[in-house]
Design a protein. Sequence first.
Length: 328
Amino acid sequence: MERPCLSVVVPIFNEEQVIAALYRRLTSTSEGLGATYELVFVNDGSTDRSMVLLTELAAADRRVRVLNFSRNFGHQVAITAGMDHARGEAVVVIDADLQDPPELIGLMLEKWREGYDVVYAVRERREGDTLFKRATAAFFYRLLKRITHVEIPVDTGDFRLMSRRAIEAMKLFNERNRFVRGLVSWIGFRQTGITFSRSERFAGETKYPLRKMIRFALDGIVSFSFIPLQLATFFGFIASAMSFLGILWVVYLRLFTQETITGWASMMVIMLFLGGVQLLTLGIVGEYIGRISDEVKRRPLYLIQDALGFDSREDGARPPAPRKSSHM
Ligand code: UDP
Ligand code: MG
C-alpha cells in the first residue's frame, strides 16, 4: 500500500458509545477533502465492546487500521503508538468523543499545504467541560507557560496536524512519562494555531478522572521545568535564614537576660513547620527521581496485541531498544 495523504489517529478507551458516530463523521469529512486517507484507531485496553466494533470497521473498510494494546497504557502513549504507525504525509490526532470537531481537519490541511509542520487547535471556548475542569485546565496551561522554556501554547490539547517530518522528529523521543503536546512544541519547525470551540462529549463519560489529570499535569511540569526543584532550594534558604535569626535570639536570651522560656508552643510550631517543608521538598525531589527511575528501566512504551490492516512486518510490539533516528 502506498502512503495515504492523511492519517487520522484516534485513541480509544471504552468508547463503544461513540465509535459508530465517530467513524461516520471522520469518513464523511475525510472524503470531502478529496485526499487519500487512513484512520488509525488505537485501542488502549478497552474493557467494553470497543474492540469488537473496531474489528468490524477494519473488516468492512480497508482505510481503517487498528492497533490493539495488550492493556491500558494511557492516552499519551496511545497517541504515540498511532503516530508511530501512521503512514500519512500529514497526521492528525483527534479525541474519540467528538469534542474535537473533525470538520476542522480541512482547515488544518490548508495550513499544512501553506507549509506549516504543526497546526494545533486552540480551545477558544469549552462548552462541554465542567467548570472545575475549565478552571483547573486554564490555571494549569498558564502555570506551565510561566515555568517552562519551551513555548507550549495555552489551551491546546492533542488535537493537531503534524507533517511527515514533524512525525519523524516525534519518533526520536523515547520518554516514558510523555507529555506529547510539550514534545511537539519542543521540536520547533513552523507551527501555527487555529481556534475552535470545544463541544460536549458525544456520549459516555470522561476517561480522565481527577487522578489521571493530576498525573498528567505533573508529567507536564516535571518533564518541562526545573522550577519546582529551584523552589525547594528557595524554601531551604528562607528556612535557614529564619533559623539563623532564631539562633541569635535564643543565644541572646540565654546569655544576657534572666528570662526563663517555657516555649512548648513555639517549639511545636517550629518543628511542625520544618517537618512540613522537609516532606514537601522531599516529595518534589521524589517526583523527579521516580520519573528518572522510570526512564532508566527502559521498558517498552507499549505492547501491541493485535494489528489489523497493517503489513505483517509492521505487526507486533515496538522494540524496547531506543529507536534509531530515521531520516529527516
Ligand atoms: N483515552 C485513552 N486512554 C486512556 C484515557 C483516555 O486512549 O487511558 C482516550 C479517550 O478514549 C479519548 C481521549 O483519550 O479518545 C480523550 O479522553 P477524554 O475525552 O475522556 O478526556 P477529556 O476530553 O474528558 O479530557
Ligand atoms: Mg473528551
